[in-house]
Design a protein around this ligand. Structure first.
Ligand code: SAM
Length: 240
């Protein structure tokens, strides 16, 4: 069972919201996103702001493995543009197939998932909004946010070969799956200085155990201080 069951009240909330959304256009929603955002979306935004603040004094890239529609990646880009506009050595880099789950491990990942999950996305929308934000930010000749399309099992090891300048300040692991989490950890950990943080979006979570088993297979759990945010139960993080 990988999907959280909704309560009757949540079903009713979703129906009311769908009705309200049917009365407005996309621009209205973009102009007043918190009118329509639910508790989970706002919690996710709040936890990303907390995490961003933890690495504001650590130089290097914020890397997100598992981007989906880009909500989290673009929030990190916004935070960087607002809170450190002249940080020319900060990159926000997102890795995803943009076609859904890939490299599902039959032993480590849930059996009731498939490759069509999370395929309802369009990376050209994300790229267009990265380009639009570039128009209005300072020092915009130096890229701040990039997306890398493809299976992380291939793209991540290839990427590090192209970036001799790479330092990773924050590694966000959010593919939900074992193999991609393992490859991302193995590849990026050598680039993370003391004080950098690793974030796992589904840690100690029984419905998606892959991120947790990859962490255990790559690192000695007794040697990391795994923490949670008090208000966001599924997110775990540790400092290098
Ligand atoms: C839970 S979603 C990410 C959500 C996103 N971080 C957010 O906060 O909105 C998981 C994503 O991981 C991606 N993914 C899963 N396996 C992958 C792989 N092997 N390579 C690249 N992307 C993968 C899926 O395409 C999906 O978009």
């Amino acid at each position: 069972m990988t999907k959280r069951r909704l309560t009757t009240a949540e079903v009713e909330y979703n129906e009311v919201r769908a009705n309200v959304l049917s009365r407005v256009d996309a621009k209205y929603v973009a102009d007043a996103p918190f009118v329509f955002a639910n508790r989970i979306t706002v919690t996710a935004a709040l936890s990303r702001i907390e995490l961003f603040k933890m690495v504001q004094d650590v130089p290097g890239a914020i890397i997100e493995c598992g981007v989906y529609k880009g909500n989290s990646l673009m929030l990190y880009m916004q935070l960087s543009m607002i809170l450190e506009p002249y940080a020319i050595n900060r990159s926000i880099i997102g890795f995803d197939t943009f076609e859904g789950f890939a490299s599902i491990d039959k032993d480590e990942d849930p059996t009731d998932i498939n490759e069509s999950m999370f395929s309802d996305t369009d990376e050209t929308l994300i790229q267009d909004m990265i380009d639009a934000n570039d128009l209005v930010r300072p020092v915009n000749r130096i890229p701040r946010c990039e997306i890398v399309k493809g299976d992380i099992l291939q793209t991540v090891p290839e990427f590090v070969k192209t970036r001799p300048d790479l330092v990773v300040a924050m590694l966000i692991l959010d593919t939900d799956l074992y193999s991609s989490t393992k490859v991302a950890l193995e590849t990026f950990l050598p680039y993370m200085p003391k004080g950098a943080i690793v974030v796992l979006d589904e840690v100690a979570y029984r419905n998606f155990p892959g991120e947790t088993s990859a962490l255990r297979d790559v690192l000695d759990m007794n040697k990391i201080e795994l923490k949670r945010l008090p208000f966001d139960s599924s997110v775990g993080y540790f400092r290098i």
